[in-house]
Design a protein around this ligand. Structure first.
Ligand SMILES: [Zn+2]
Length: 269
């Protein structure tokens, strides 16, 4: 009897573990495609861990290209987004903008300009809720409403392909709801924390120290220190042999495994 109770207890724990909330500051995974097993990708139960362990053998020779994608969440915003776009244009960098549908509707010209400059646009929901608190129907409604808002002003294919949950908050249920809409969920390999009050030097230092190959950097559209740090960051990564690409191009040029197991490659000072 005790053994039975123990087994039931262990099963409940395993289930609770796989359903529990993930705030992806550790960013696992960086990418979830529609055909990946979400439970095995984020779960802590034995089956999930075994699956990840066995994958590490079959992907032993994974190629990790020296590519970096700068991704900017939120907005567009009237003052900082144009400044950011000017800087990216000067630096000849194309970036990925995860736009909020509601903000895009408020600033249609900015949304158009992001695309005209050759940047990639992707879905960051309509009203930026914490998706880990929403039902499956609400998650899908937020993503589709966001998509439709963006498609009024832009035609970037990634609006239908790539999404990022606000604040990186999701549950297994969130991921599966988004997968069913055929979206790739894009998180990041490094979060320099520019959503906090940090200086340009702090953003730079974090990015050099936690650089990965390949890299998806989480940045934000409405932050002056981020814009100020960009020239140095771009120069430094280029000097280290990196090529700047959009998130979509990075995903096409590598594999989900290589991205989810990016190599830590700190840049020397
Ligand atoms: Zn956001």
């Amino acid at each position: 009897m005790q053994i039975l109770i123990g087994a039931v207890f262990a099963a409940v724990l395993a289930l609770a573990g796989s359903l529990s909330f993930k705030h992806a500051t550790q960013a696992t995974p960086a990418l979830l495609t529609p055909d990946m097993n979400a439970a095995h990708t984020i779960g802590d139960d034995l089956g999930a861990r075994f699956d990840r362990f066995s994958q590490s053998f079959s992907h032993r020779d994974a190629v990790r290209p020296k590519l970096i994608a700068l991704t900017f969440d939120d907005g567009p915003y009237p003052m900082y987004t144009p400044l950011l776009l000017d800087e990216l244009r000067t630096l000849h960098v194309k970036a990925t903008f995860f736009l909020i549908g509601r903000d895009a509707e408020q600033w249609p010209e900015l949304t158009r300009r992001i695309q005209e400059d050759g940047n990639e646009i992707a879905d960051h929901t309509y009203s930026h809720p914490d998706l880990d608190h929403e039902s499956v129907a609400q998650v899908q409604e937020e993503v589709l409403h966001g998509r439709n808002a963006l498609l009024k002003f832009a035609s970037e294919p990634s609006i239908r392909d790539l999404m990022r949950p606000p604040h990186g908050r999701y549950t297994l249920q969130t991921l599966e709801a988004v997968q069913r809409l055929n979206y790739e969920v894009v998180l990041w390999t490094d979060d320099p924390g520019d959503w906090r009050t940090v200086t340009p030097a702090e953003i730079e230092a974090h990015m050099y120290r936690y650089a990965t190959t390949p890299e998806i950097a989480l940045l934000h559209s409405g932050k002056l220190p981020t814009i100020q740090a960009l020239p140095q960051i771009v120069a430094r990564f280029r000097a280290a042999g990196y090529t700047f690409v959009t998130a979509g191009e990075l995903i096409r040029r590598t594999t989900p495994y290589a991205l989810n197991h990016a190599a830590r490659t700190p840049l020397s000072s």
